[in-house]
Design a protein around this ligand. Structure first.
Ligand code: ATP
Ligand code: MG
Ligand code: MG
Ligand code: MG
Length: 561
């Protein structure tokens, strides 16, 4: 490819609204442009990398025995009503009507479509197990699309679905996919960890793991042991709380009116009531105690380690916080002071809510507030269940924390969808059974951004070899110099004939501009054809190590191998 006419516009300045490094670099290096919030156009460089990731994913999926197909992005609302997710999925689900006023959704995931297809297509154990996958555009109306491709509203996902005759067979498929995922992320050059996780809106009860690319910008925190394989998303981390008393406990606070009910929160956020956690933090005998209700459910048992007393709240209704307060008081004695915290405290609260809600994913966690107190955040931090250096759950090593980007997740769904859709088969004995299912997602576009997040320096991207948009970047320093232009053209043709993907900078630009753009683009190997072209000498630079070597052109093919 000749750079003269290549569409890879670079930016010198850091785009003002791009927070994440990958977002900045992908805009600056001309990999993509934003078309709407959370919706991007992939330019040729971005498209090339995306294709390389997809090729790796296809290769590993095919090896794992999965078959590629392609489902529609537009799905009839009825399918989502059949699974119950038309309501449960909440406002992230993009909905639309056609000209006849028929209702549709833009698929955020495809369990409904595939289960209905398999229901009609597979009837006997003889056709099982079956594993199918697609690479396709997904739509989720994220509340906060941000960090470029890391959290888009339109993004590219690989999703696979497996169908098995038994739980043991599902377990086996899961293991195979798990291994394929490890291979994929390793081949993409990512530093990652597989962690135990929460099933979220996909649901299922059979267990799930997330694959986390380690990066500070990551929105998830993982707890892992420094001496064993233990690793879990702190959302579900089953580790003990620290045993010490909080130093700073709030003094007396006024108790005022002004509680928000769970119903109000739900309708304000456009969430189903079941997705709202309603909570209140009190200090009782200097120990923080958290009261929680989930939507309209009654939550009667809060038991979270030393900091927390067990509360039996007979009739906790989220609509009536005062009622909850009163019920708690009658059980536990006088409440010293309610403390209010403005919003969600994710890591700190999620383990608590999970402990209470049996691991069911919730959309929002609210601590209700109508008081203020300077120490409310400190008090809150004390609620953190896991602390760095704590012993870990499997008895080996100490807990460490890291931030991670969720690049993939594998789920054992069990019969959640097959039962909803009546997807059954006849076993060896002619008995009708529900299919066991697994599903397996990889954010292709998010993986791309995660790679950039991990592989860069202050000058630009440093592509791992397997994903680089071009293998070699040949720089013709002065295209008016005949030695240089002849040699660069010969190299361009010759190296392509050797099977390399080559980008030739043949632009009428200053050398400085060419070098800067080359570093920003980040191809693994740069070959500069400059002043020594007449002697048949070029300069080869390794982008990662920065090492530069002068090489005689006839030795170049051997040198590059
Ligand atoms: P998150 O927790 O980040 O919202 P998720 O758990 O909702 O992700 P899954 O339903 O597990 O996502 O989807 C499978 C994969 O799709 C994720 O592991 C992630 O890599 C990718 N993905 C999900 N949401 C987005 C998004 N908004 N933008 C880009 N990729 C996404
Ligand atoms: Mg999500
Ligand atoms: Mg997630
Ligand atoms: Mg997930």
């Amino acid at each position: 490819m000749r750079q003269q006419t290549f569409f890879g516009p670079t930016l010198r300045d850091i785009p003002a609204d791009a927070e994440a490094t990958s977002h900045q670099l992908m805009l600056r290096a001309g990999l993509m442009r934003q078309t709407a919030a959370g919706i991007y156009t992939y330019l040729p460089l971005g498209t090339r990398v995306m294709q390389k990731i997809q090729a790796i994913v296809r290769d590993e999926m095919n090896r794992a025995g999965a078959q590629e197909l392609l489902m529609p992005a537009v799905q009839p609302a009825e399918l989502w009503e059949e699974s119950g997710r038309f309501d449960d999925y909440g406002p992230e689900l993009m909905r639309l009507n056609d000209r006849h006023d028929r209702r549709f959704v833009l698929g955020p995931t495809h369990e409904e479509v595939i289960t209905s297809i398999i229901r009609d297509g597979i009837h006997s154990y003889k056709r099982l197990p079956m594993n199918v996958y697609q690479i396709q555009t997904k739509y989720r109306d994220e509340r906060r699309p941000r960090f470029g491709l890391l959290r888009g509203r339109e993004f590219i996902m690989k999703d696979a679905y497996s169908f098995e005759p038994s739980e043991e067979a599902l377990h086996k498929s899961y293991e195979i996919m798990f291994e394929a995922y490890r291979n994929i992320f390793r081949r993409c050059g990512l530093d990652f960890r597989a962690v135990k996780a929460d099933a979220g809106a996909i649901g299922g009860t059979g267990g799930t793991h997330e694959f986390m690319a380690l990066a500070d910008i990551g929105e998830d925190t993982i707890a892992y042991s420094d001496q064993s394989d233990y690793a879990a998303n702190v959302e579900i981390a089953d580790v003990a709380p620290p045993a010490t008393e909080p130093e700073d406990t709030p003094a007396e606070l006024d108790f005022e009116k002004g509680w928000t009910s769970g119903e109000e929160l739900a309708s304000k956020r456009g969430l189903p009531l079941s997705a709202v956690i309603h909570g209140h933090l009190y200090y009782i005998n200097k120990a923080p105690v958290l009261f929680l209700t989930r939507g309209d459910h009654k939550i009667s048992d809060v038991k979270v380690g030393n900091y927390f007393d067990t509360l039996q709240v007979e009739e906790a209704s989220s609509a009536q916080t005062e009622h909850l307060f009163g019920a708690a008081e009658s059980f536990i004695g006088p409440v010293q002071a309610p403390t209010d915290v403005k919003i969600i405290a994710d890591q700190a609260i999620r383990p608590l809510t999970n402990a209470i809600c049996g691991g069911n994913q919730t959309e929002a966690f609210y601590l209700n507030v109508d008081h203020r107190r300077d120490c409310e955040i400190d008090a809150f931090a004390d609620l953190r269940i896991v602390q760095e250096g704590d012993p870990s759950p499997d008895g080996k090593g100490n807990i460490q924390f890291a931030e991670g980007i969720e690049v993939g997740q594998v789920f054992k769904l069990g019969t959640k969808y097959s039962e909803a859709f009546g997807a059954t088969f006849l076993d060896e004995n002619g008995k009708s059974k529900s299919l066991q299912m697994g599903c397996y997602g990889i954010g292709i576009s998010r993986t791309l951004a995660a790679v950039v997040e991990q592989c860069h320096d202050e000058s630009g991207i440093i592509w791992p070899k397997a994903l680089a948009p071009f293998d070699l970047h040949v720089l013709m320093i002065n295209q008016k110099d005949e030695d240089q232009s002849t040699l660069a053209e010969n190299l361009y043709e010759g190296l392509q004939a050797e099977g390399y993907d080559v980008l030739l900078d043949d632009r009428d630009e200053r050398a400085g501009v060419k070098f800067k753009d080359a570093d920003l683009y980040g191809m693994p190997i740069r070959i500069t054809v400059g002043k020594k072209a007449g002697e048949g000498i070029v300069e080869v630079k390794d982008r990662k190590s920065g090492e530069m070597t002068e090489v005689q052109v006839e030795n170049l093919p051997a040198y590059l191998k």
